[in-house]
Design a protein around this ligand. Structure first.
Ligand code: AMP
Length: 298
């Protein structure tokens, strides 16, 4: 990323040091031009004089950002909401990976089929804040059993009647004979910074934060799209254009020495490609090329 703005201090971005969100975060940052060679076990890595990564636990990222040790952070939305700093932080961008949900789950064979039926029961969770808020909002008083991990075993050993835990596919819950009753929160990795009076403002760090947000956004927008190049008979141009909306409209280029053909270039949604390619073939299109896009700003 450009180091265009003068600054004495590097912009510090707190990122997960290990665990489920670490690889996705570093890959996204690399694509956005923030590649930091990291020494094993080191807490800090400088990308250049202007950008510094601070490697911490995903659940600690909100604390580092809220207290000002870091200028921004990447972590799970669940970590932000559970942290006790949610009101001091602003979610600037959803990053599309680390998707999961915080769910209420109960043993399959215990005949509990509603949240209401958990009144007065014990609920084990590593997310006491979100859990308490959820049951309060439902008007159902429960007894909290705070744990730090492996929550799903609690019902088996008689330590709880239900759990509130993160679920991605549901297979871990199933393995433990648990079924989901309700969703407390839908989560994914997010970019966060301070909100309110302590937000970065009108200084070069605020500009750098916007630079970061835009860079990440451009990578996310690009990864869902492909650049399509295709030759079509000129007589089929109108029909082909209708298939290819592009960001504004497709680019139409002449082919040297082939007045009866044109080349079309367009940005297309990746998920539409499989339908689009045979439709173009049916129009007699040739030489179809599909290329990845690194960044895209609409
Ligand atoms: P870690 O404990 O460091 O591996 O990171 C856990 C974070 O990864 C959670 O706070 C979620 O934001 C995210 N995550 C995504 N899928 C899952 C899942 N199936 N179980 C736990 N955490 C998940």
């Amino acid at each position: 990323m450009s180091a265009s703005l003068p600054s004495q201090e590097p912009f510090v971005l707190a990122v997960p040091s290990r665990g489920r969100l670490s690889d996705g975060t570093l890959e996204l940052l690399r694509r956005a031009g923030l590649h930091a060679p990291r020494q094993p076990r080191s807490l800090l890595a400088d990308v250049n004089a202007h950008w510094r990564l601070l490697f911490v636990r995903a659940r600690d990222v909100p604390e580092y950002v809220a207290t000002g040790t870091a200028d921004a952070g990447i972590t799970g939305l669940d970590c932000v909401e559970e942290s006790g700093h949610a009101s001091e932080l602003a979610v600037l961008l959803k990053l599309g990976f680390g998707r999961c949900r915080l769910s209420v789950a109960v043993p399959r064979l215990k005949g509990i089929s509603s949240v209401e039926a958990l009144r007065g029961k014990r609920v084990a969770t590593a997310f006491p804040r979100l859990t308490e808020r959820f049951f309060e909002a439902q008007g159902v008083a429960v007894e909290m059993v705070p744990l730090t991990g492996s929550t799903e075993v609690a019902p088996h050993v008689g330590a709880a009647d239900a759990v509130v835990d993160l679920v991605e596919t549901g297979s871990t819950l199933r393995q433990h004979g648990l079924v989901e009753l309700a969703t407390v929160l839908e989560s994914e990795a997010v970019l966060v910074a301070r909100a309110g009076p302590r937000a970065l403002r009108l200084n070069d760090k605020a500009q750098r934060l916007e630079e970061l947000r835009l860079a990440l956004q451009s990578v996310l927008d690009a990864q869902a799209r492909r650049y399509l190049m295709v030759n079509v008979p000129r007589a089929k141009l109108d029909e082909a254009k209708k298939l290819l909306p592009g960001v504004t409209a497709p680019t139409v280029l002449d082919l040297l020495g082939r007045a009866d053909w044109v080349a079309l270039h367009a940005v297309v949604d990746e998920k539409e490609l499989n339908g689009l390619l045979p439709a173009l073939k049916r129009l007699g299109a040739q030489g179809l090329l599909v290329l990845p896009i690194e960044r895209m700003i609409s």
